[in-house]
Design a protein around this ligand. Sequence first.
Ligand SMILES: Cc1ncc(COP(=O)(O)O)c(C=O)c1O
Length: 427
Amino acid sequence: MDKKEIIEKHRRYLFSCVANYYEEPLVVERAKGSYVYDAEGKQYLDFFGGIVTISVGHCNDTVTRAIQEQTEYLQHLSTLYPNEPHVRLAEKLAQITPGRLQKSFFTNSGTEANETAVLIAQLHTQCQDVIALRHGYSGRSHLAMSLTGHAAWRLMPAPAPGIHHIANAYCYRCPFGLTYPSCNLKCAKDMEEAIRTTTSGRIAAFLAEPIQGIGGLITPPKEYFQEILSIVRKYGGLFICDEVQTGWGRTGGKMFGIEHWGVEPDVMTFAKGMANGAPIGATIATPEVADSMQGMSISTFGGNPVTSAAALATIRVIEEEGLVENARVMGQRLRDGLEHLKGKYPVIGDVRGMGLMQGLELVGENKKPDAEAVRRLMEQTKAHGLLIGRGGLMGNVIRITPPLNITRDEIDRALKILDLSFSHLGL
Ligand SMILES: Cc1ncc(COP(=O)(O)O)c(C=O)c1O
């Protein structure tokens, strides 16, 4: 099929919510390392990585080999029969996740990972109420959409009961009109008021991403999670940490995003970058929380030997090639370059994020969100051969998440394209 035919069939045969980026959608034919190639052979430097999923480069040889070898050996069995890749992956997660996290349940997506997390928290505490953050994103099932604090992604007419949203730590636009640090972390302290006024006085869990990805790279201050978790624990709640975007070294210097805040989750969820593009979801919990889920539950494809082999190979590459450290060093180089662009272009109101998970909030006068500037910038970067993402409640945040094995030259090249693209906006 040629490009035109693919775009036409996409429109005709897929749900219309399966939206594409760009005025003329980009039909990608193949990808390798940090690059993707369109139907005409044009090369693009990929700084979005299939929505924060390509951890170790497109079609990474080690991951591809692991998938091929496992496919020839044992493809599917279900969890009714123990198999080696499944248990090796579970053991690996228990070894590298922080604190007492030890037992895993595997599924196929971040949505299911969060569903599982909330279910075990509710079973463990025998309580239904869950607190989530405004602007957060948790997935597309009924429960995950209900947890999501972002109207555009909440398509269900009747949300799941027992879910309450509190203000997030959005310092650039503080929900309380305060300024860090004199705010005294009002956003975290408000948790107590929320529990005492919108729940029965007990909660099952607090679910949060360390850095809100789709929400627009919202990065809480360093004391935030200590502060909020002291309240969560006081009211009997568990902390479910959604590492779907921040996991696997993405934030630089630490394997998991939450480790930057020095707190220990009771449950963690993963997907996306964990298997470099093979469909996976994982929920890990402390033994007593995990074992609260008794009785019948199964995910047919969860813990699939091929996907588990892909995840094990991805984690091996991250560890053996020192990519957690590379994300820190390259992330700093990227951040310095973005701060430089902020000094040059007034349309960049804020630069935020950590490691190789950076965002630019684009604004007009008086911080007015400028989603149109994001749209125009993305057309420019595409024309110059760079892929980036967008996010934020107002659609005015650029998301930059290259593979963790990105090189210095590639960072510099992306910054040059961004500079050139911003210069064309004239803002
Ligand atoms: C933080 C976070 N949690 C959960 C999900 C849902 O993951 P999935 O799309 O694999 O269901 C996403 C997806 O973007 C996400 O960003």
